[in-house]
Design a protein around this ligand. Structure first.
Ligand code: DC
Length: 238
């Protein structure tokens, strides 16, 4: 997707942090469309790193080697697609990154500081080329773009997040148990918020939205209003 002419003329970075199951990706993409901004799914880049680990046979613990491999590959988005499609050395990997083997190792990959360092650098370079951006992921407002014009933090009750996840898995043919998924989500929250590098935290000054009782459109409405207020305030302040 490329930014349309309906948005503000200058650079605008909007970040959306928060745990899994809060609907970050869905609302980030919709918000970007409404505001005419580009959309960056930073989680897909960690998923691409997991693909590299699997395909090149580099163990996730061998983080320096994996980071080195990531510097050698050509990882880029096709911005003409909506949402932008991730390409690894010219190959469309937008389906591959959602497969089970990738989902199974990605959180271990994302824990590794050398991997994070390469991908945080890549995300900041993307923002230089696409300075009108909604960037979504666990550390986008806290670490990658701490000076973003507006930072959101989405949260939701773990049980609500589990129910959403169960619906997703059931619709793709998997049989799962809500209490098991809730336990898994609590465990992932703990891992995400206690890791040493880029832990999941609520960025200072972020607008917190609890999505537990809200429909997707209601969340996007809230965000759009807040973003437009901030953008117009920022323009008059100049
Ligand atoms: O949002 P997702 O499920 O596609 O993210 C994939 C993995 O990457 C997940 O383990 C969280 C991690 N991640 C991260 O550590 N930092 C980000 N900015 C985005 C995702």
């Amino acid at each position: 997707m490329s930014a349309s002419s309906t948005g503000p003329a200058t650079g605008v970075i909007i970040t959306i942090d928060g745990p899994a199951g809060t609907g970050k990706s869905t609302v980030a993409h919709l918000l970007a469309e409404r505001l005419g901004l580009d959309y960056l799914d930073s989680g897909s880049m960690y998923r691409a790193a997991a693909v590299v680990s699997i395909e090149q046979g580099i163990h996730v613990d061998d983080a320096d080697r994996l980071a080195e491999a990531l510097q050698q590959i050509d990882l880029r988005f096709d911005w003409k697609q909506s949402p932008p499609q991730l390409q690894l050395d010219g190959r469309d990997i937008s389906q591959r990154i959602r497969e089970m083997d990738v989902s199974g190792v990605v959180s271990e990959v994302a824990k590794q500081p050398p991997v994070r360092s390469v991908l945080v650098g890549a995300q900041r370079r993307i923002a230089q080329e696409h300075p009108r951006l909604v960037s979504e992921g666990r550390d986008q407002g806290s670490v990658v773009f701490p000076n973003a014009l507006i930072r959101f933090y989405l949260d939701a009750d773990p049980r609500v997040r589990a129910i959403r996840r169960v619906r997703q898995l059931t619709s793709s043919g998997h049989q799962v148990d809500v209490s098991e998924v809730t336990e898994d989500i609590r465990h992932r929250d703990h891992l995400d918020s206690t890791r040493s590098d880029g832990p999941l935290i609520c960025p200072e000054g972020a607008i917190i939205i609890d999505t537990s009782q809200l429909e997707v459109d209601e969340v996007v409405d809230l965000m759009e209003r807040a973003a437009r207020d901030r953008i117009s305030g920022d323009m008059t302040g100049c």
